[in-house]
Design a binder for this molecule. Structure first.
Ligand SMILES: C[S@@+](CC[C@H](N)C(=O)[O-])C[C@H]1O[C@@H](n2cnc3c(N)ncnc32)[C@H](O)[C@@H]1O
Length: 260
């Protein structure tokens, strides 16, 4: 499943989507889902179809959390019901790093892919800083991710971020062929914790890294398995510790794939 809007669809579709978001918040959405628009309903169909996936159905389980990065207020819809619907400490540390080093990293127009984007804070900040962002995650969190990206980047960014499914180690050649999927940066925050997909995660990082790609990985180090992953990471990536936040135990590493 791929719920991203193609770049050809984006501006119009996201415009419609934003209208519906605003209408939903103002309580003016009609039961037929049209938001009361008298426009050509056939033309709007694909947009509304996509948008239905963006809007969470159970509002009661969600909270709105406020962040401030790159001079903008960012509101993230979070839910404690899923690891992927909460902002983790690695994400706030990586956002801080991106905003402090935006020029040095040359983020303007940079092509960025985030893996395990969760509720989307890092992708939103990278977009606000001028990058062309593709935010990826498991299918079940893509709706909330899309909602947050849309709400925080529409009319605020030069490039609207895309949302795509990327399951670590699955169908990468098919969904992200190397010839069309070059990224200047791969971003990852708090993707290493107690789960069974650490080998697939590492092979995904390796697959996505092409010559010139820089991987920025922020992680809260909690378990011995986190350090074991770091050892494996260092075997395949030239790793540099960029920043350390002792109060949260987050470290940020830069990784450049070893080609020898
Ligand atoms: C701890 S959360 C971190 C979310 C976000 N990066 C942050 O720091 O706030 C881990 C993220 O990895 C995603 N994830 C876990 N296993 C995955 C897999 N096998 N393939 C793709 N994404 C996965 C989860 O859905 C979740 O969004």
């Amino acid at each position: 499943m791929d719920v991203c809007l193609s770049s050809a669809q984006q501006p119009a579709c996201l415009g419609e989507a934003a209208g519906r978001l605003e209408a939903a918040e103002e309580g003016t959405v009609q039961d037929d889902g049209t938001g009361g628009s008298s426009g050509d309903s056939k033309e709007m169909e694909p947009c509304l179809h996509n948008l239905q996936k963006f809007v969470p159905t159970d509002y009661a389980s969600y909270t709105q959390e406020h962040y401030c990065f790159a001079g903008k207020k960012i509101i993230i819809q979070e839910s404690i019901e899923s690891y992927g619907a909460v902002v983790w400490p690695g994400a706030t540390a990586l956002c801080q790093y991106l905003e402090e080093h935006a020029q040095e990293l040359n983020l303007q127009d940079a092509k960025i892919l985030e893996i395990g984007a969760g509720p989307g804070l890092v992708s939103i900040v990278a977009s606000i800083l001028g990058a062309q962002v593709t935010a990826t995650d498991l299918p079940d969190v893509l709706g909330n991710l899309q909602y947050n990206l849309l709400k925080n980047t529409l009319k605020r960014t030069a490039h609207l971020p895309e949302v795509r499914e990327l399951v670590w180690g699955e169908d990468l050649e098919h969904n992200f062929p190397k010839c069309t999927s070059y990224y200047d940066y791969i971003l990852a925050s708090d993707v290493v914790y107690h789960h069974y997909f650490l080998d697939k995660l590492l092979s995904t990082m390796v697959y996505l890294a092409q010559p010139g790609t820089v991987l920025l990985w922020a992680n809260k180090f909690r378990f011995s398995t986190d350090y074991e992953f770091l050892d494996k990471f260092k075997q395949v990536f030239e790793a540099t510790l960029l920043a350390e936040y002792p109060e949260s135990s987050v470290k940020i590493f830069k990784g450049i794939l070893k080609w020898d």
